[in-house]
Write a protein that binds this ligand. Structure first.
Ligand code: FAD
Length: 111
């Protein structure tokens, strides 16, 4: 729907990044150790310090501050991330995604 440009613009960066983040959720352990839980939470916070779209990153950091990432299980993190993505969808006037379906979209497939 939108053009590929060099360097990638905010839309291309966003689509690639959401793919990476949702796939991290999809491969995160269903029963993570406490170290894995702490590391993923730290990753999400540090990600917000370095995301290469400054106004996106600023809003994301705000979201993370009021909505602590839930890294206690794979499903909880997948849903937390889905809600974070929906926050951006709403801001951009895009439809909200049904977070009960996150695993079909990003892990198991629709069949
Ligand atoms: P995307 O929103 O990139 O989604 C890709 C695919 O994910 C969709 O096709 C759908 O199948 C699936 N999907 C959609 N919603 C969800 C969900 N809630 N959970 C799971 N899967 C879902 N752009 C701006 O213009 N301003 C911003 O402030 C901004 N902030 C961003 C912050 C972050 C952290 C990230 C990663 C991106 C941000 N973006 C921002 C980019 C924006 O979110 C989109 O990535 C971009 O507009 C391209 O949208 P898209 O229609 O290709 O689909």
């Amino acid at each position: 729907p939108y053009e590929q440009t060099d360097p990638p613009d905010v839309e291309q960066l966003g689509k690639s990044t959401w793919t990476l983040l949702h796939l991290i959720a999809a491969t995160y352990p269903e029963e993570p150790t406490s170290k894995e839980q702490a590391d993923l939470k730290q990753f999400v916070k540090l990600f917000g310090n370095f995301y290469p779209c400054w106004f996106c990153a600023e809003d994301f950091r705000g979201y993370v501050q009021t909505n602590e990432p839930d890294t206690t299980t794979q499903d909880k993190f997948g849903k937390w991330l889905c809600n974070a993505h929906n926050e951006v969808n709403v801001k951009l006037g895009k439809p909200k995604f049904d977070c009960d379906l996150w695993k079909k979209r990003w892990k198991d497939g629709w069949e």
